[in-house]
Structure formats: C-alpha cells, structure tokens
Design a protein around this ligand. Structure first.
Ligand code: PEP
Length: 252
C-alpha cells in the first residue's frame, strides 16, 4: 500500500513551554477544523518539550516525534534519551541521523542504524535522514553518498509500515536554497532504489524531502514524483506557514 504522506516539523533547539503550547495548540486547532483529508502530521520538539506538545495536541490527529534517541534501552548515558522513554512520553516518531547530529556528534551510518533499530524495538517510527553536503554534490558524489547512507543507516527490519526516510541535502537545510524538482526526483529515486535492494516494499516507503521547505515552495516540492511529504525545520515554527505546507501535501 502506498505510504500515506507525512509532514513533520523539526523544531530543533527552539521553543519554551509557553511557545510550545501556543504553536502546538494552534496546529491542533487547525487540524481539528480542517475540511478535507490531511496527511500524517508530526511535531518534533526538543526533548524537554515533548510532554508539553503531547498535551497540547491530545485529541487531534497531530502526532509527536523526538529529534534523536539513544541506541540502548537504559543505562549510564548521561544526557541521552531512550526510545522506550520517548514512547512512554507519547511519541510516535523519532528523527535519527539528522545531518546536524551526523556533523555535530559524529554519528556514523552504523550509529544511526542502531538508533533506528532501538526506535523500531520501542514501537516508534524512525525518520531516517540522509543527504549529501555541497562539496559532495559538487564532486558528483551525491547519489553515492545517499546510497551508502541508506544502505548503512536503514535497519534490515525496516518496512514501509514502520520506517520513513527523509532526503535532506545538507546544503539546502536552513539556507533558503532548494534543489530543482528534477534533482529532488532523481535523489528520491536513488534512495528508493537503494532501500528496495534490501527490502521488499520499496514502492510503498514514505520518502520525505527536507531542506528549506516553506509555504511558498511547498506546492512545487511536494508535487515531485516520489516525494511523500516533507521534513520541515524553520517553517515549522510558524503555524500559518507550516499549515500551508500541510495542505499542499500529496493527496492519497
Ligand atoms: C531540517 O531541520 O530538517 C530542515 C529541513 O530545516 P529547514 O527546513 O529549516 O531547512
């Protein structure tokens, strides 16, 4: 079955409890009042705001996600959060392997895969991020990078029902720059083909595009063949702009 589109907001390290209540509450109210069919919607606040957001969206279709998890269930890992606890806090999704974590915390494909495995074991849907840097694109290596990230970061146990991939070219994140629709289409095809070599349900997997998606370019980017939604950073901090992205999600 073709994946239901997903629009996920990554708040990164932004927000206070008051801002989280207002933003998540605004979005939940928009979702409750929506006339037509909606995509899956998720908000991924900083870990300290998960409970606040979960309370604000309760009773709506808006789901909650986290931005990272530890690969282990528990133990001496100061400052980290287990997937099991995220589930307990009300999360449905967890982003793993975001390029900012790959860069800031040296996360390798193997580290990302073990986190995604922990997410699956806890009953969470990992949103596994892949994408090339500008230097890699300029060197003609974008497809190779994404191939090795997908094959190295996606667990063998992943299926289209329990996993999402986000293709996020690093040079497009937070920069206002986006790839052309043809480039997005080509890179999504690379990610889907690579996933499909190790998994039987490649055609059904949700693959999101991420990188400077906003209300004004959502219709174009979300209409690209093979794009099943978006992972949105900056624009997810503005309820009206995020809502414009949501209503431009593919209808399936
Ligand atoms: C992201 O953080 O995953 C992202 C895509 O950020 P932005 O939308 O701000 O480029």
């Amino acid at each position: 079955m073709t994946a239901q589109p997903l629009i996920a907001g990554n708040w990164k390290m932004n927000g206070s409890t008051a801002q989280a209540k207002a933003l998540a509450g605004d979005l939940a109210a928009r979702a409750k009042g929506a006339a037509g069919p909606l995509p899956r919607i998720a908000l991924c606040p900083p870990a300290g705001l998960i409970s606040t957001v979960a309370a604000a969206v309760a009773g709506s279709v808006v789901a909650v996600g986290a931005q990272d998890c530890h690969a282990k269930e528990k133990g001496a890992h100061t400052g980290d959060t287990s997937a099991v606890l995220l589930k307990d806090l009300g999360c449905t999704y967890v982003i793993v392997g975001h390029s900012e974590r790959r860069a800031d915390h040296g996360e390798t494909n193997e580290a990302v895969r073990t986190k995604a495995e922990a997410a699956l074991a806890a009953g969470l849907t990992p949103i596994i991020c892949v994408g090339e840097t500008e230097a890699e694109r300029d060197a003609g290596k974008a497809a190779d990078v994404v191939r090795s990230q997908v094959s190295g970061s996606v667990p063998a146990k992943s299926t289209a029902a329990n996993t999402v991939i986000a293709y996020e070219p690093v040079w497009a994140i937070g920069t206002g720059r986006t790839p052309t629709p043809d480039d997005v289409k080509a890179m999504h095809a690379v990610a889907r083909e690579t996933y499909g070599k190790a998994h039987a349900d490649g055609a059904d997997l949700a693959i999101l595009y991420g990188g400077s998606v906003k209300g004004s370019n959502a219709a174009t980017l979300l209409a690209v063949a093979g794009v099943d939604g978006a992972l949105v950073g900056g624009a997810s901090l503005d309820a009206a702009d995020f809502w414009t992205i949501i209503i431009n999600a593919p209808k399936r």
